[in-house]
Each structure stands twice: as C-alpha cells, then as structure tokens.
Design a binder for this molecule. Structure first.
Ligand code: GDP
Length: 195
C-alpha cells in the first residue's frame, strides 16, 4: 500500500471540535521525542506535515491528517516529558484519555517506543490503557538505526518483556533516518483497518 495523499485537516484540544467526515482513525502515541513526528512525515512522504520539534512536549494538541482521502492519522500529544509541570502532564494525559474513550472510529493505535531503551513507566501504562479499552495496537520501536546489529533481538525482547506484549500484537522496527520498516508499517496499518 502506498500513501499518495496526505493533508493536514485540523488541530484540536478535545473531541468536541472534531473534524468532519466519518473515516476510520489510526492514533499515534508515544513519549515526547520518541520520533513520532519524524515517523508521520516519513509515512506520508511529507517533510514537514508533522512538525519535528527540538522542544519535546511542544505539540499539545490532537492533529488530524487525512490519508489517501480514506483514513485519519491522529497524532496525539507526546507524553512523559520530564521538564514540564505536573499540571501540564495531567492536561496531556486528559487529552489522550478523552480521545481514546470517545473514539468510535478509532481502529488502531500505533504506539511508539524508543528501540534503544527499556519502555518507561508511562509506556507501560499506555500499553495497559490501550489493552484495557480493547483497541488493536501495533508497537513500533523507533530510531533503529542507532542499534548495533547484535542488539536488535536483545532490545526487542526487552521491549516485549517490559510491556508484557500480548500474543498477536506486532512489534516493528523503524528508522526515520533510513526509512527502514516504512513499507511494512504502512501495509500493517492498512491490513488492520481494511481486512
Ligand atoms: P517527537 O517528539 O516524538 O515528535 O519526535 P521527533 O520526530 O521530533 O524526533 C525527536 C528527535 O529524534 C529529533 O531530533 C529527530 O531528528 C530524532 N529522530 C527521530 N527519528 C529518528 C530516527 O529514526 N533515527 C535517528 N537517528 N534520529 C531520529
């Protein structure tokens, strides 16, 4: 599958200002700085569709992108950035929670974790949250170009174990730098939604 068209639709702070159109939604979640904006840009072949920020935690809104005029990619605020106040962290948590709890069109959550590190407490909570609400989930381990070949399987296992990944939930490796894993990820997203 190929993403031929990607348009920014809107940014909103809550479900109450939803964009029009009844398209299936794929939500992207992950810690700030995990590489979410870079991944969305690579998937959509657009250099600046999602902003790549040097200030982690800057994107506090839900961003909607219409993909191939048939799917919404929903970019949720990055969580777990240490340098913001507790209040801000709560607000972001609320935005994510409210979105997830009220999304009849949400078909798949793509959850990003850093391939180099053991998943954080926030990552583990997020995975549990997704499973609790019985959404389908795809885990993507980002920045795989930073891994030595020998560490790939070891790090995958660390992630699987820490999240207690359920059978049937896929874990894919991805590098925005080399576009590794791009096709498999786009195909998997389409598979989950349309098959
Ligand atoms: P976000 O906060 O999750 O949206 O993360 P960004 O996409 O803004 O990326 C955070 C930082 O990681 C930026 O400096 C990116 O250039 C870098 N980055 C993102 N993806 C990759 C990757 O696949 N490989 C490498 N080496 N760096 C990456």
């Amino acid at each position: 599958m190929e993403i031929k068209k990607a348009e920014f639709v809107t940014s909103c702070a809550s479900k109450k200002t939803l964009p029009e159109g009844n398209f299936p939604e794929v939500a992207f979640v992950g810690r700030s700085n995990v590489g979410k904006s870079s991944l969305v840009n690579i998937l959509t072949n657009r250099k600046k569709l999602a902003r790549v920020s040097n200030t982690p935690g800057r994107t506090r809104l839900i961003n909607y992108f219409l993909i191939n005029e048939e799917i919404y990619f929903v970019d949720l605020p990055g969580y777990g950035y240490a340098k913001v106040s507790k209040e801000q962290r709560k607000t972001w948590g609320k935005i994510i929670e409210e979105y997830m709890l009220n999304s009849a069109n949400l078909k798949l959550v793509v959850m990003l974790v850093d391939s180099r590190h053991e998943p954080s407490e926030d990552d583990i909570l997020m995975y549990k949250f997704i499973k609790h609400y019985k959404y389908r989930v795809l885990i993507v381990a980002t920045k795989s170009d930073k891994l030595k070949k020998n560490d790939i399987n070891k790090n995958k296992k660390i992630i699987l174990d820490a999240l207690e990944l359920e059978q049937g939930d896929k874990l894919l490796l991805f590098s925005a730098l080399y576009k590794t894993g791009k096709e498999e990820l786009v195909d998997s997203i389409y598979d989950e939604i349309f098959h």
